[in-house]
Design a protein around this ligand. Sequence first.
Ligand code: ZN
Length: 325
Amino acid sequence: MIFKDECLKIALLPKREAFFMALGRMDRVKPNKAQRKRVLVANANRCCVCKRQGIGLHLHHIDEDPSNTIDENLAVLCVEDHDRHHRPGVYRPRVNHLELGPDQIRQRKKSWEAFVIEARQPNPKVVATLAAYGSFRLIHSLQLVMQWPDERIEYTRSYHLLDGTLDKLTDAVMEEISQIGRNVKLMVVNEPLSVEHCPCCEAGLSRTIKPAVVIRHTDPDWPTDSSCAIYINPERPWITILFFLRREQLLEGSLHLCGGRFLHYHSDGIDERVAVRPHPSKRAQVTRIVRKLLQEWSPATVFIGTGDPDTPELLDGLKLPAFWE
Ligand SMILES: [Zn+2]
């Protein structure tokens, strides 16, 4: 009976369509060579979901209509993610956090292609961070993270010492970044991290770079149009440090004397307490911290003020009141 119904349906359709349907491939339009190349290049020859390459890439019709072969409907998927999409039941017990329906694929494609466009700019606003895991004596793995300025992670990849020497892995990382965008700035976490954290729930150590730091490293106007304003509170041992680019405030930090025993620096995501030493004076220790901060940020101009916060009196140096001691 099933066969009869199917035949009936086919008989009612126009001839050509019926023919393709009978073959099980209704109006399938294969992307031509040029289109395939264009879509692959827009995706840096990587799967838009896992960003891997060299494991068999398919062009998948996102809306499941094989005749809709326009660039916007073609997602580059590796064999594994393509299969994950078509047979979710097989993967769900193991990878239960990754739904790979049409909406997710469309979103991944859009985001990755936009990322690749940005990465190929002369001064990309996206950055890469390389963290090493292990100890100085033995680094067992590297993790490369590529992010948007707002800390949204677009790409992660781990490199394990099992796959080669550290030099070989570092070369592979550099090659990977240059394939995606040769001008993307790479930041290296300067100490090996002891704890590797969950790559899916983002718990654990921060692997991303704060938005203000991304701007400092990527905006070509930083060396000329940045400034730092340091406000010395006239009533208590507290200074406020603000960084600006083109008059827009990027970061606010504060440094204060905490219980007389610590110098506490606090700003977006950073909370550092340094024990006060007996020598030199507390004011000299504060000056040293501020100088280090200014060296790190290298703003074009520095303003130091005190008194009324609305109309501060400008000073020509970091002159801290005696109550800091
Ligand atoms: Zn993939």
